[in-house]
Design a protein around this ligand. Structure first.
Ligand code: PLP
Length: 394
């Protein structure tokens, strides 16, 4: 099937792009004592997790459902890792049976849930602590794991004291997790974070067996990965640590597009507005962070300017202003590029707008439909029961 024959809107996963992204991370750590995990929160579609799973050493998860999904799709000796600020008592025992590595988010969480884990889990598994290195690189606090009063991880200065004062509390901790960045291509920032850890918590580094450096970084064709390699090498050699990295965005973002159709063109305050059959429902970060995704058919110096607007009644459901070399027509297709991360996983059906149909583009170029959504998916989420109306029950 060609792109023009697929349903609209469509969420298209490109297998070759996905393989390339995975390879870039695997090559970056080649020859070092390091493992690459995929953070499934970025895109949890089974086809993505399975394809990425052909290359990576395991999966990073942050909820019970993600852990179930990852464990179900993991194979061989792939490991499942978990960290969450919201580990509920109810989920604890199942997480313990599903996951191999758990990085507790706080000393309190470790104290409360740690003993249950040891009881539930038959074979040994790895207990870790998430550390907040208290170094901010991200301008927007909505994205910054190290924002003031962050809920994410044990503040490093507190951990430094704790490690000296109360060794019993951390006696079963064999690893540390640090995730402190977002969409950064500058791996020297990670080097600075590790340098701070070496300065403040050297005893913890010596005592542990593994360290997880999190996600938050990308590798493009020209990215300098020297700082990543030298950091891993130092952690391997000086402290004997196995080093995990767990990118999400960096693996999936550039591998998926949304194909949409123009459903109306109108003028408003002298501006041409093209309404498309997708919406910020399908790429919520466009609305949350007010950015404009790239459009394949747009052209920087084109003479036709359009506001591309989503099809819900939310006034701010707008992708941005784009220029084109030609006049747009109702019915034609446009492609939002590089929208794989944090889009489908956050997509919802506000206004009763259906989710995009999911396709995989095979290496041959052929498109294969993976999942189509229907009114029944919407109705069942909204609690419509097939055989009994609310009116009959009250
Ligand atoms: C602990 C942890 N690891 C990995 C990731 C993946 O980050 P990214 O998708 O930016 O690579 C996140 C994202 O929130 C995270 O919180």
């Amino acid at each position: 099937m060609a792109t023009n024959d697929c349903h609209s809107p469509a969420f298209i996963v490109d297998i070759l792009d996905l393989n390339d992204a995975v390879s870039r991370f695997l090559i970056a750590v080649e020859g070092l004592n390091s493992k690459v995990l995929y953070a499934v929160k970025a895109c949890s579609l089974a086809s993505v997790v399975e394809q990425v799973g052909l290359g990576v050493n395991g999966f990073a998860t942050s909820s019970l459902f993600e852990a179930r999904l990852a464990r179900g799709l993991a194979h061989g000796d792939q490991t499942v890792h978990f960290t969450s600020p919201g580990l509920s008592d109810m989920a604890t025992s199942e997480i313990a049976t599903l996951c191999d590595y758990v990085a507790f988010n706080s000393v309190e969480q470790l104290r409360r849930a740690g003993p249950n884990f040891s009881l539930e889990r038959k074979e040994p598994f790895a207990v870790g602590l998430r550390v907040n290195p208290q170094m901010s690189f991200v301008e927007d606090p909505k994205f910054d794991p190290c924002r003031p009063s962050s809920k994410l991880g044990v503040p490093i200065e507190f951990l430094a004291e704790q490690w000296k004062k109360d060794e019993a509390a951390v006696s079963n901790v064999s690893g540390l997790l640090i995730h402190s960045n977002s969409e950064s291509e500058d791996w020297s920032q990670l080097e600075a974070v590790v340098g701070k850890c070496e300065g403040l918590i050297p005893d913890a580094l010596h005592a542990c067996e593994w360290i997880n450096l999190g996600g938050g970084y990308i590798i493009e064709g020209t990215t300098d990965i020297t700082p990543l390699r030298s950091v891993i090498q130092r952690l391997n050699e000086r402290y004997g640590l196995t080093v995990f990295i767990e990118p999400g965005f960096g693996i999936v973002n550039n591998s998926c597009d949304i194909v949409t159709s123009v459903v109306d063109i109108l003028r408003s305050d002298g501006q041409a507005v093209a309404v498309v059959d997708t919406s910020v429902n399908h790429v919520p970060e466009v609305f949350e962070y007010q950015y404009s995704p790239a459009v394949a058919e747009a052209s920087e110096h084109g003479e036709w300017t359009y506001v591309l607007a989503g099809c819900t009644c939310l006034p701010g459901d707008v992708f941005g202003e784009y220029r084109f070399d030609r006049e747009l027509r109702v019915g034609e297709r446009l492609t939002f590029k590089f929208v794989g991360a944090y889009s489908f996983v956050k997509a919802h059906m506000f206004n009763g707008i259906n989710l995009p149909t999911v396709y995989v583009r095979l290496p041959s170029g052929e498109l294969v439909m993976e999942r189509e959504f229907t009114y029944e998916d919407y109705a069942s989420r909204m609690g419509v029961k097939k055989d009994e109306s609310l009116r009959e029950r009250v």
